[in-house]
Design a protein around this ligand. Structure first.
Ligand code: NI
Length: 172
C-alpha cells in the first residue's frame, strides 16, 4: 500500500472530469486500497480519484474513518457511481481534503439512490440518506470537477476562492 498525494485548491486537476472505468483489474483494486489508506491518514470520510489526480470514476467513503478502533471501519468503494433518484433537501456544513482550512454550509438532496459497480464490475445499488448521502453527493461532484465551494453564492464563492488561492500561494 502507498499513500497518495491529495491535490488541493486551486490545483487545476480538481476541475477535470473523471472518465468511466472499464477495466476491473488488479490496478483498480490497488488504487482503491491506496485511496482508502490515504483517506484514513488524512482523517477524511470520503475521497475521489480526481483528488489524487487519477481521472477515473471511483470514490471511497467511510463514515467511521475517525474511529480509533480500526475494526469499526466501514470502507465503501463506488466505481462508475451515478445518482438515479433524489428526494428532499438538507443543509449541512462540509469540508474537503482538497479545500483545507475552510468549511461552509451546502444544500444537498436528503436521500439518494445510487447505482454503481464494485471492484469486480458487478452492478450494485444503494439507498442512502443522512451523512452518507451528503458525503456521496460531495464525492460524486469531484468526479465532475466540482468542489463544495462551487455551490456557494457567487459573491461569497469569489471571495473564498481568492482567499484560499492566496493562502496556497503563501504556503508554496
Ligand atoms: Ni471533497
Amino acid at each position: 500500500m502507498a499513500l497518495l498525494t491529495v491535490h488541493t485548491f486551486p490545483d487545476p486537476v480538481l476541475k477535470q472530469k473523471a472518465l468511466p472505468v472499464d477495466e476491473f483489474d488488479e490496478k483498480l483494486s490497488e488504487l482503491a486500497e491506496n485511496m482508502l489508506e490515504t483517506m484514513y491518514e488524512e482523517r477524511g470520510i470520503g475521497l475521489a480519484a480526481v483528488q489524487v489526480a487519477v481521472l477515473k470514476q471511483m470514490v471511497v467513503v467511510d463514515l467511521k474513518s475517525g474511529e480509533e478502533d480500526t475494526s469499526l471501519r466501514e470502507p465503501r468503494i463506488f466505481v462508475n457511481p451515478r445518482i438515479v433518484e433524489r428526494s428532499g433537501e438538507t443543509i449541512s456544513e462540509e469540508g474537503c481534503l482538497s479545500v483545507t482550512e475552510f468549511r461552509a454550509e451546502v444544500k444537498r438532496s436528503e436521500s439518494i439512490k445510487l447505482e454503481y459497480q464494485d471492484l469486480q464490475g458487478n452492478p450494485q445499488t444503494l439507498e442512502a440518506d443522512g451523512l452518507l448521502s451528503i458525503c456521496i453527493q460531495h464525492e460524486l461532484d469531484h468526479l465532475q470537477g466540482i468542489l463544495f465551494i462551487d455551490h456557494l453564492p457567487l459573491l461569497k464563492q469569489k471571495m473564498v476562492k481568492k482567499r484560499l488561492a492566496k493562502l496556497a500561494r503563501e504556503a508554496a
